[in-house]
Design a protein around this ligand. Structure first.
Ligand SMILES: NC(=O)c1ccc[n+]([C@@H]2O[C@H](COP(=O)([O-])OP(=O)(O)OC[C@H]3O[C@@H](n4cnc5c(N)ncnc54)[C@H](O)[C@@H]3O)[C@@H](O)[C@H]2O)c1
Ligand SMILES: O=C[C@H](O)CS(=O)(=O)O
Length: 480
């Protein structure tokens, strides 16, 4: 898709500004240049943070009804321009136009939920007289905004995952500086466009484009930035956590999601759900189904149907409505996935389908008999590859599921409420879906994981909690 190279500006403290250097934004499908954005410098980031100090005061002084109005008008703007937002996502990222449209609709929902949560930031009265000697004291606590939030976001959901930080930040009266993924900055800039249209006061929001290690370090280490809200890979997450020092940290990291399919399940339903969960967004999805543990009595039936359904996946031009799966975000990423699969095959894994690359495209791939000593067995693939395993029973499936040092979400297909509850209790994850794959989320639910999958929870209400602090107020009365 060729678009007029207009050269985007970044959105710093409410102003659209150029930079001294530029970054080319490319379409993963054909590596064509679709636009350019500024490559901000460390100095630009320092200036941005200085402006955000004023922004934090402005944001905190916005009455709740104004915050709600601005967020809802921004949501309206995006809804009215859905096609433009979807095309931008489907051009700069590797999502198909159908996947991109769904992301825009979710972003609108995320913002509307954020507006609602702005009116629900409550405190509580505190019965101080529970302690002898405090009979003449009354008071409460309320929640106040922490000030400046630094948000660093990934490439795979370039709009909605930015909204998951900007929405709650504004709802809770904070200023926020977003450093979007270097390869997919345009969608984040469009989010800024919506808030500029909605009349968000200047200096409250910045979207600063550039290289993560260059400007990210400044954002992460600056003392005026009181929280880092990061979504991305565990390697970068650990780097940031080490550098951040004494400030709030929210880490939404990687995964290697398991799904269990028991013999009493609806196999056709399980197949449909896990194929979608494995190959949505070409597997570049933190909730992607990476491992499926199938009870041995139904292995042949499930495996046959799964491979058959996988082979029906339409891989091609991501701008076409008929396309189920587009490319990965870069050819380099496709080669990384190809190498992971080839390592497994060299070590004895069986390839049931896929395993072929063409540039940035990598076919939906199904492996079985994958040895434990393969990288692909324990690391996050973040590509269209799924591993099938045979298990004798639920307990073995749970044990194997928990062996991997990630724990974002899992799924289990069973008609037994007892078995479902055993999985709920025993699986070491942040979310478990019964008769859904791991790839299920609504934007208001608590979202996040354990082990290497992260720290804290997103999902608007939970982000608002992380982005605010309680303040206790106590009155000692003289003639009570
Ligand atoms: N748990 C979740 O909610 C969730 C959601 C989406 C993606 N992810 C994870 O994100 C990863 C894929 O996204 P990605 O490839 O964009 O991740 P990434 O970690 O490579 O990059 C994420 C962001 O960090 C920035 N960055 C890179 N190095 C940095 C540094 N040294 N300091 C500061 N910032 C730096 C990047 O520019 C980008 O904006 C996968 O692991 C996926 O599981 C998790
Ligand atoms: O990639 C991870 C995303 O957070 C999953 S979802 O798109 O929000 O469901």
């Amino acid at each position: 898709m060729t678009t007029q190279l207009t050269g985007q500006k970044m959105f710093l403290a409410g102003k659209w500004v150029n930079g001294d250097r530029i970054i080319e934004v490319r379409d993963p499908q054909d590596n064509s240049i679709i636009d350019t954005v500024p490559a901000a410098s460390a100095k630009d980031m320092v200036n941005c943070i200085e402006e955000a100090k004023d922004g934090a005061e402005i944001a905190a002084s916005m009455p709740v009804h104004e915050r709600m109005k601005v967020i809802n008008v921004a949501a309206d703007y995006i809804e009215q321009n859905l096609e433009k937002y979807a095309r931008t996502i489907a051009t700069e990222s590797s999502k198909t136009i159908r996947e991109a449209s769904k992301e825009v609709q979710r972003c609108v929902q995320t913002l509307r939920i954020s507006a609602e949560e702005a009116r629900r930031i409550h405190g509580e009265t505190i019965p101080f007289d529970q302690m002898p000697g405090s009979e003449n004291r009354v008071g409460y606590y309320y929640r106040f905004p922490i000030g400046i939030i630094g948000a660093i976001t990934p490439f795979n959901d370039p709009l909605n995952l930015v909204a998951h930080k900007v929405g709650p930040a504004i709802a809770s009266g904070n200023a926020i500086i977003v450093k979007p993924a270097t390869v997919t900055p345009l969608s984040a800039l469009l989010l800024a466009e919506a808030f500029a249209y909605a009349g968000l006061p200047p200096k409250v929001l910045s979207v600063i484009t550039g290289y993560g290690n260059e400007i990210g370090d400044v954002l992460v280490t600056h003392p005026a930035v009181r929280m880092i809200s990061f979504t991305g890979g565990v390697e970068v997450g650990e780097k940031i956590t080490r550098k951040a020092g004494l400030k709030k940290i929210s880490m939404e990291l990687g995964s290697n999601s398991p799904v269990i399919v028991l013999e009493d399940s609806d196999i056709d339903d399980a197949v449909e759900s896990t194929v979608s969960g494995a190959f949505y967004a070409a597997g570049q999805n933190c909730l992607s189904v990476q491992r499926i543990y199938i009870q041995e009595s139904i292995l042949y039936s499930f495996q046959t149907k799964f491979v058959e359904r996988t082979n029906q996946y339409c891989v091609g031009d991501k701008q076409l409505e008929i396309t189920d799966m587009g490319p990965l975000i870069t050819e380099k990423e496709a080669i990384r996935v190809e190498n992971l699969v080839n390592e497994a095959i060299e070590k004895g894994a069986l390839l049931l389908t896929g395993g072929k690359r063409n540039g940035a495209f990598y076919l939906p791939t199904v492996l079985t008999n994958v040895p434990k000593n393969c990288t692909i067995a324990t690391d996050e693939i973040f590509g269209p590859v799924v591993l099938l395993y045979s298990v004798p029973d639920l307990d073995e499936a749970i044990r194997l599921s928990n062996e991997v040092n990630y724990g974002l979400q899992a799924g289990i297909f069973t008609k037994s409420i007892d078995k479902a509850h055993r999985a709920i209790a025993k699986m070491d994850v942040g979310g478990i879906m019964i008769n859904d794959s791991s790839d299920y989320r609504i934007d208001s639910m608590p979202f996040g994981g354990v082990k290497k999958s992260g720290l804290g929870r997103e999902g608007i209400k939970f982000s608002v909690q992380e982005m605010t602090e309680p303040k206790v107020v106590c009155f000692k009365l003289s003639d009570y």
